[in-house]
Design a protein. Structure first.
Length: 439
């Protein structure tokens, strides 16, 4: 914001109002609703309207600053062609894969080795903070009330949302009301049922105080069961809840016995109370001996696979050079299984290998028939030989260049802004630390 102020960047009140009125969660029946705005600010955001609007103003100022900074970022023809080649130029390769799993039976670590590994890698076995949550819920698929939709409501929606019912490829033609009545009725039924369910959960929330008894009494009064998640971590998917950032965020920001506001998830509305917490800790070796042993075996197996791959790469190169064998024939002589990739670019996922910039870089650096060093890949170590490079189609590039250049430009602008922002943060941190040293 200081940088924006230096550059004289401002946002008007009307810009703030227009932005807020465009936010869908402040809408009711497709329009901005002042009462919903006030309700959500008070109970969900817990922020006075003036403060919220100033936060929006700051966000818009930063957007303007970003746009001003990246406005002068350009790309030239050479950059565009290089990025296009990185994405479209393809290679095909033959390879031998040495998998660490095949060496695991050779690894039998002693207890002393487990202790050494545990001491060196303690942080990797750290258990993150966990919470056990009690909750009451209103589910969309189970608790939504039955609602009636009138013909007037259907017609009103149809007239206000004609753009939804345009006939494909005929922009001036609209589907008749009779044809879309069932579709509109279903949509309005879901929206109205959701609104009623939301009103119900907020009525419950408004009556819940800080005392546990109130939480339990209101659950009984509303015939809602208080359920319990069991302990879970901040990166877990909770079976009864599903994947919900809002639920996880609330669960790990509250204290024991503290009760949340209403939480909306894809499954429904929740109010939660924190029952228990477990602080982060590192278990003793005896408690996680099996996990430590498995990790050590994986590490040692990978080391053995690397040694084997390096030896095989040397032998394969010798056979190709000294006996003039192809990579495939040399591998056959060493009783190795050869696999072939499909065409892959410098940045694409490689079938059979996975995402491996190292593999791609090695392939594009080789001449056809040449053999690489041992290359680390997700599944182990590879020795590869380039079969061919498939160049880009020049005519296709010329046809796609204009559209593709916009993609390259947007990517470059984003990288430029991220670097600028990171440099600004580093500079601020440096100045802050310098000030501390002076004090």
């Amino acid at each position: 914001l200081y940088q924006a102020k230096k550059k004289g960047i401002k946002v008007t009140d009307q810009e703030v109002i227009s932005f807020i009125q465009g936010l869908a969660f402040f809408h009711k029946e497709g329009r901005f609703n002042q009462e919903r705005y006030k309700l959500l600010l008070e109970y969900f955001f817990r922020t006075p309207s003036r403060e919220f609007e100033e936060q929006i103003r700051q966000t818009l100022i930063l957007d303007k600053l970003k746009n001003q900074l990246i406005d002068n970022v350009k790309v030239n023809d050479e950059e565009i062609e290089q990025v296009y080649k990185n994405e479209q130029e393809l290679a095909r390769a033959s390879y031998v894969l040495i998998e660490p799993q095949s060496f695991q039976e050779q690894v039998h670590p002693a207890y002393e080795e487990l202790e050494q590994y545990y001491q060196k890698h303690k942080a990797e076995f750290k258990k993150l903070e966990q919470v056990n949550v009690q909750y009451i819920a209103l589910y969309f698929d189970q608790d939504s009330p039955k609602v009636d939709i009138t013909e007037e409501e259907i017609r009103d929606y149809y007239e206000r949302h004609t753009e939804e019912f345009l006939v494909k490829d005929k922009k001036e033609s609209t589907k008749p009301l009779a044809e879309v009545t069932a579709e509109i009725k279903e949509k309005l039924s879901q929206e109205k049922a959701k609104e009623l369910l939301e009103d119900r959960i907020w009525q419950i929330a408004d009556r819940i105080g800080e005392e546990t008894a109130v939480f339990e009494d209101l659950a009984k009064q509303n015939q809602l069961e208080i359920q319990e998640t069991g302990f879970f971590g901040s990166q877990d998917v909770i079976a009864q809840i599903g994947l919900s950032y809002e639920f996880l965020n609330a669960a790990f920001s509250l204290e024991i016995d503290e009760i949340s506001n209403v939480i909306e998830t894809p499954k429904g509305y929740f109010i939660i109370k924190i029952k228990e917490k477990k602080e982060p800790y590192i278990p003793a070796l005896d408690k996680i001996k099996v996990a430590v042993e498995e990790a050590l075996i994986i590490e040692k197996s990978r080391e053995l696979a690397k040694e084997e791959a390096q030896d095989l790469a040397s032998r394969l190169k010798g056979l190709v050079k000294e006996e003039a064998l192809s990579f495939e024939k040399a591998a056959e002589k060493l009783t190795l299984t050869v696999k072939e990739t499909e065409g892959f670019s410098k940045i694409s996922y490689i079938s059979g290998i996975g995402q491996s910039p190292e593999f791609a870089q090695a392939a594009f650096a080789l001449k056809p028939g040449a053999v690489s060093e041992a290359i680390a890949v997700p599944a182990g170590y590879c020795i590869l030989s380039l079969k061919e490079i498939i160049p880009i189609e020049e005519e296709k590039f010329i046809q796609e260049k204009e559209k593709f250049s916009q993609k390259v430009l947007e990517r470059k602008k984003d990288i430029f802004y991220r670097i600028w922002l990171n440099d600004l943060k580093n500079k601020a941190s440096l100045e802050n630390n310098t000030g501390k040293l002076k004090n």
